[in-house]
Design a protein around this ligand. Structure first.
Ligand SMILES: Cc1ncc(COP(=O)(O)O)c(C=O)c1O
Length: 333
């Protein structure tokens, strides 16, 4: 699973050399924020999909938890490019992560406690295996999304994924590919790691960004592509039964890309095969990477394009010294 190099605290390093101390704050309290990004092999070489938007969301997530990343958005973008170049990858799944490091065991990290930043790139195929082609079998989970004002869904934080794990574990145990969660109000929210779309009489329906969801970047791309294709999109509250009467259902996310859903709670959706609008959107989406869909939104950034002014910048390396000293035992919880 590993690749030869990753980026850690300002430096490209061999994979095995990036380690953290067991007292790392994020390990105890979930205090990490991260992104999942994809690099696609295009006719013009490897290209990030919406790198700037992912980096922006990383910074917004960090802001919610008052984590100082210590690098600029441009530096993180450049580091993401460097990881792909260092590993000479034609395509990749990329995971930038920012986490409170080893500084002490108090729940509230101190202002000068270390923050680690790492970027890992992996060779990753379809997240849900062949479900991407045949259509996924999903269930509505007995676990709900956190209520508003509990754990903020817009921030992509490590701790959020305990909820996703419960949803996913239950789904897999019961023989499903994935689980869909309802929100605190019993209305549709999203999958364990993906946003949700329904097709009803030719129109796309999706829960609003206030439905306890992560405001997905693929979700936004699908809404944009749908508008471009003349498909109406409505973001609105949806009850659970809307799933069972939908003509088509699909999930979106960096990992699952656009994955059709062929059944929910063992009830077939439509004809039980990926529907025409889902297929149309998949073609438009994947066309971005083989050139069939014109990238009118500048969503792609080429890894091997010359990055201007990099030499003029203060080098990003050693801006923050990784601290691996033993933690002081001042645990408050
Ligand atoms: C809980 C959750 N919802 C939705 C998404 C989809 O977001 P995006 O399209 O930005 O990858 C993800 C994936 O990051 C996720 O983890």
């Amino acid at each position: 699973m590993s690749t030869p190099f990753l980026w850690h605290n300002g430096q490209i390093k061999p994979w095995a050399e990036a380690s953290v101390h067991v007292s790392t704050h994020a390990l105890h309290y979930g205090s990490s924020v991260f992104e999942g990004e994809r690099v696609y092999a295009t006719p013009r070489g490897p290209a990030y999909f919406r790198l700037g938007e992912h980096t922006r969301r990383l910074f917004e997530s960090a802001r919610v938890y008052e984590i100082d990343i210590g690098y600029s958005e441009d530096e993180i973008n450049a580091a993401c490019v460097d990881v792909i170049r260092a590993n000479q990858m034609p395509s990749a799944y990329v995971r930038p992560i920012v986490f409170r490091g080893a500084g002490g065991l108090g729940v509230l990290a101190k202002r000068d406690d270390p923050v680690d930043v790492a970027i890992i790139a992996l060779h990753w195929g379809a997240y849900l295996g062949d479900a991407a082609e045949r259509g996924a079998d999903v269930c509505v989970s007995s676990w709900q999304r956190p209520a508003p004002n509990t754990i903020p869904g817009w921030a992509k934080a490590g701790g959020n994924y305990l909820n996703s794990q419960l949803i996913g574990l239950e789904a897999r145990r019961n023989g499903y590919d994935e689980g869909i969660a309802l929100g605190h109000n019993g209305l549709l929210s999203e999958g364990a790691g993906e946003n949700l779309f329904l097709v009803k009489r030719g129109k796309l329906l999706t829960p609003p960004s206030s439905a306890g969801i992560l405001a997905g970047i693929t979700r936004d791309a699908v809404i944009t592509l749908a508008a471009d294709l003349g498909i109406a999109v409505e973001e609105r509250d949806l009850p659970r039964e809307a799933l069972y009467s939908a003509d088509e259902v699909f999930m979106t996310g960096t990992a699952v890309e656009i994955t059709p859903v062929r059944s929910v709670d063992r009830k077939a959706i439509g004809a039980g095969t990926p529907g025409p609008i889902t297929q149309q959107l998949r073609q438009a989406f994947f066309g971005l990477f083989d050139g069939r869909t014109e990238d009118r939104w500048n969503w792609l950034s080429l890894v091997n394009a010359v990055v201007p002014d990099r030499e003029d910048q203060e080098p990003a390396i050693h801006r923050r010294t990784p601290q691996q000293q033993p933690a002081s035992m001042e645990a408050s919880a």
